[in-house]
Every structure is written in C-alpha cells, then in structure tokens.
Design a protein around this ligand. Sequence first.
Ligand SMILES: [Zn+2]
Length: 522
Amino acid sequence: MLNFLIKNALIYDGLGGEPFKGAIGIKDDVIDSIIKNGDSLPMAEKIIDAKDLILTPGFIDTHASTGFGFFFPHAADHKLYQGITTEIFGNCGTSPAPIDMHLIPIMEKLAADLDFSFNWRTLGEYFEILEKTGVQFNVATLTGHSTLRSGVLKKWTSSSQEEQSQMQQLMEESMKDGSLGLSTGLIYAPGCFAETDEIIELAKIAKAGGGIYASHIRDERDKLEEAIEETLTIGHEAKIDVLVSHLKAAEKRNFGKITKVLKRLEEYNASHTQQAKIDVYPYTAVSTKLRAFIPKKFLEGGLSEVKERLNNEAVVDEIADYIIDRDYDLSQMLIISNEYPEWEGKNVQAIADEFEWSLAQTMCEILKRDTEMWIVYHCIDQADIDIAITWPNAMICTDSWSHPINAPKRIGVPHPRSYGAFTEFLKRYVFETKMLSFEEAIRKITSMPAEYFNLKGRGRIEVGYKADLVLFKQDEINPRATYSKPCQLSTGVEHLWVNGVHLIENKAINKSKPGAVIRSRV
Ligand SMILES: [Zn+2]
C-alpha cells in the first residue's frame, strides 16, 4: 500500500510542460505512481486532498553556504518554508571541508564561537558527521578554493609548486568523497590572490571527478566583463561546465551590463560542449562582509596586523581614494550586525555624519572593531536582475547560509533572501510581472539545477524519482522577509515532503530530519 496519496492537485512536473490535474502516490522515499484525474485511485495509508493546491518537485537552492549551520536546531526551516528541499553549499570559495593544517586553529575558534564540535578533516568525515546529526533537507557541496588555500598556504599571497600539488591532492580526495566540483570566491582572501592557472589545474581535477566549476567572479563591478572572461577561460581550459554565481553588475555606472554579459555567455555556449550557466537571487541589494570594500592588500596577515594597519593615516587616505575610484555609494550600505547597536541598521554615510568621521575613517573604525562585519548594500539595477533571472540558463539561489530564528547572536542578521528568495522569485516573476510562466519558473528551480549538478533521481515529478515534493496555495505565496525584518518565514507552502517524509503538514513543520547527503556519482 502507498504511504501517501496526494489527490486533486494541479501538477507541474518540473520539466517545463503544461500542468495537469491528477494524483501522486508516494511509497517509501520515491514517487510510486502518477494518476491522471478520472483514473481509479490506489489505496494509501494517508490521503491528502490537494484541491486548489499546486504540486511541484521540491526546489533546489543552487547557491548556499550553510556548512556549519546544520548543527543548529531548525537550521533549514526558513528554506523549507520557501519550498526548498535540496541545498548546494560550499560556494564562493568556502566549504566545510577539507580542512588542512593552517585552517585547524581557525576552525577550532569558529567552533568555540558558534558552539559546535569540530572533529573532521576530510569531506568524507564531515559528511559522516552530518549523516549522524541528521539534516532536514538534502544537501550537497562544492569544494571551496579559499578553503584549500587557507589550509595549505604558508603565505596567502602566493602558492608554491609544492603547495599547489598539495591543494590538487586535497581536491582529488574531495571529489572522491562526493564533492560536486570546485567553487571560487575571487573577491575574498585568500582566493583573490590566486592566479588563473592555479584555478585551471584545480578545475581539471573537478572535471575528472564529474564536477562543475562555480565562481563568485573576480569583479562584479567595473571589470565584470574581464572577470567573466576569466571564468570562461577556466571553463575552456579545464573543459568543465561553469556557473557564474549570483550574477550582478554592481554600482550605478555598471547598470545595463548584464545584457552584454549574457550575450557573451550565449556565444560561448554556442561554440562549446561544456556550458556556462548563472544563478541569481531576486533582490537589488548584496549582502557581504564590509571588508570586501577595501583594497585586499590591507587584509593580509593576522587580525592584529590588520587593525594596526587601519590606524595608519596613509592607509585611510588610500581607502578614501578607493571609495571614490570605485564609486561606492555608502549611503546605500547598511550595517546589519546586532552586536553593535550604535551602528545596527544605519548606513555607513549616516554613521560617518553622526561620529564626524570621514567615510574611509568610518570603514576603518568599523573594521577595527569587527573585521567580520556584515553589510547590506543596495547597488544593483532591477532591470539587470530581471534580464538575468528570465534568461533561460539562469537558476535561482538564496546565496545564504543557514539562519535559524534562534541562531546564536554572533551569526549576525541575514539578508531577506535567506528567508524569501524562492517565494519572492515566484511572487514577482510569475504572479506580479508575469515575466515567466509558472511552468518555466518551476523548471528553473527543479529539473534544471538537478540536471546541471547531476543530482540523479531528483528535480522532477516522475515515477521512481525521489519524493521531494511541495504543495502550495498560490494566493498565499509571500516572502514576508524584509531588510529590516529578515527573519520572517515565507508563506504559501501547505505541505512538503523530503525523501517521502511528510515534513510540513498543514503549514506546521515537525522535527524529522529526512534529508540525504548527496554525494556526486559520475
Ligand atoms: Zn559570493
């Protein structure tokens, strides 16, 4: 007998075809049967009448960085309520494994700060711990280039031949342990100090292990086109599929560049077997660390060295020039830490005015207090985002780590996309602007990422596929999260299954942890 029968639903299979009315039978962790309306229904232990509801495959978040967040209770609630049943983390160059020598003390400190036990080195060991702890939804990871560098390099700025081979060996082991590929974060230290050749060699190993290469590219502003070219060069040289992470053209003077970038990607795709795709989040503000907005050379060395350097007047002057040169509009940059109430929710310009500091001095003062300070910066054009999201090769992401409602304070305040990227995507692009049909929108967040990342047996409503399913009430889809109140769960999801387990039932989430650790399979 079936475990569940979901009847009278409007079903979107994830492949982009017309929806149909029917029923789905779930047995154990898979979709056992699909029955069109009018045919006789099989017996089931539990029957859900989905009249007026929409049934789709669970959504796949292509770009996240939860990593350690899974050790918190309710780590994934805010994503499950968006309809997400699978998350790919390890993005932007940072992954929870492998941990080599120089990273061990940093990880030990992080574990003490965030209160989790750190007792792994390899990806295989990390996965085993995750499996023992249990996860609410399915997870898979890329291998972070900065993670490799931080573990192996004696000096962040350059890598010796020997260090490069060490990183390559770690990359190979990670691929064997089930990594989906390589990720870089080329605006963040220490990834930003790497030459393209170093990345090509690592990408070749990712390719040999059946993986892809995802990049937070070297510049999302004035040098966007050059940064895209570097990604395509890596794709071409390593013969690997590339994914430009959270594509954007930041700062007013770069608005409008996305059309040109997509045209370049289309040209590339027309002449290559390996394909370039993008992922995007549907918001016009970025969320990152404040330190990404000062010259990288000032971030070399340890924290005390950095602090000392930021006291130097010549350094402050150089940062002042950098702000002007890069056209940063600091009145649009909000501090989102809850550890510094005197700054929280204020923009950098306002803080400068209040304390009678220059803009550069303000950035230095904030960074001296906390080099990890998070900000939200409104610097993206809505028209660019719309063009990127509606591009047929675009997938959707939250670009967020886990941020449970009861998260430790040190984690900071999230960008609203953590709680609402997928519901915002459906609300804006399908229902409000109608820029996308519902079936196309669902394809972008189900079968398309599943195929791209080679997540076999997921992302479609098809017999034999894993029963990762979401039942929506269309009129109630609402992201709710805002910049000032980001920790608000999305609405619209009535029921949700992960691997056949009924995790959200009539809007209420239970404590099950049915998620699988997905290891790549070539
Ligand atoms: Zn990134």
